[in-house]
Design a protein around this ligand. Structure first.
Ligand SMILES: C[S@@+](CC[C@H](N)C(=O)[O-])C[C@H]1O[C@@H](n2cnc3c(N)ncnc32)[C@H](O)[C@@H]1O
Length: 241
């Protein structure tokens, strides 16, 4: 039977580290004795290539471990913290293959889980609406999952229409500060009063807290680091009052 596939994050980076690491290592390995014999001042380049190659190679495994194992553990921690009743509407911004979207749907027997994404192939390999819907089908929750094409900087939902907004490794993909600010403001806009926000990411999390506060989320705060994902992530969370 076909198994759901939740995708490889940053596939280009993983491939670069996986193949570039050994290439650098080998270059350093041969360059060190060559520079000892012929031109000693260049030996530093040899050692730099040798050790950087090892670090890149190890990082490729940490990234794959994160995509294929660790992020499921972090996902469960994040969703546990929401303490869902089961009848809410949860929005996953930058849902990708549906990691949070589908696991949230499993906890929402009387609710709805909505995902939105613009399907970047750089951020997640083989990313598509169809792949996410297929995962929802394979996980038996297609009846309560909805997937939209769109940009989190302009959410196609009315004000105060969802009970919780979640995100994993998504908002940092917006490269400019202003764009991330727009995304946070949209997330707060579509949230119902009393709703919860839980945004997990490996960078810019302090900015999310700051922008949540500016948008009226008075109790916005950031968690400590969670090491199930590489690079380690933190969660910015809060409630709309
Ligand atoms: C690293 S993937 C993570 C996907 C999923 N949240 C997960 O944990 O597996 C980041 C996702 O954010 C999406 N994304 C990037 N910028 C976006 C934007 N401005 N609006 C909506 N989605 C976006 C990408 O297409 C990609 O699916």
């Amino acid at each position: 039977m076909k198994k759901p596939n939740y995708g490889l994050d940053a596939p280009g980076l993983v491939r670069g580290f996986l193949f570039g690491g050994p290439a650098l290592f080998a270059a350093g390995y041969f360059f060190i004795p060559w520079s000892k014999a012929h031109f000693l001042p260049l030996i530093g380049f040899g050692y730099a290539a040798f050790y950087t190659g090892i670090v890149f190679f190890l990082e490729s495994f940490l990234l794959m471990g994160s995509s294929y194992y660790g992020k499921f553990r972090a996902r469960d921690k994040l969703l546990d913290s929401l303490q869902l009743r089961g009848d809410e509407t949860v929005l996953d911004v930058g849902c990708g293959h549906g990691l949070l979207l589908i696991a949230a749907a499993k906890r929402l027997p009387r609710g709805r889980s909505i995902g939105i994404d613009l399907w970047s192939q750089v951020d997640q390999g083989n990313n598509s609406r169809e792949a996410t819907l297929e995962n929802a089908n394979l996980e038996g929750v297609a009846d309560r999952v909805e997937v939209r094409d769109g940009d989190m900087r302009k959410l196609p939902f009315p004000d105060g229409s969802v009970d919780a907004v979640v995100a994993n490794l998504a908002i940092h993909n917006i490269s400019d500060r202003e764009g991330r600010r727009e995304a946070i403001s949209e997330i707060v806009r579509v949230l119902k009063p009393g709703g919860q926000i839980t945004l997990m990411d490996f960078k810019h999390v302090g900015q999310y807290e700051e922008d949540l506060k500016k948008n009226g989320i008075a109790d916005a705060r950031v968690s400590g680091r969670i090491f199930w994902i590489f690079p380690p992530v933190r969660i910015a969370r809060g409630h709309k009052t």
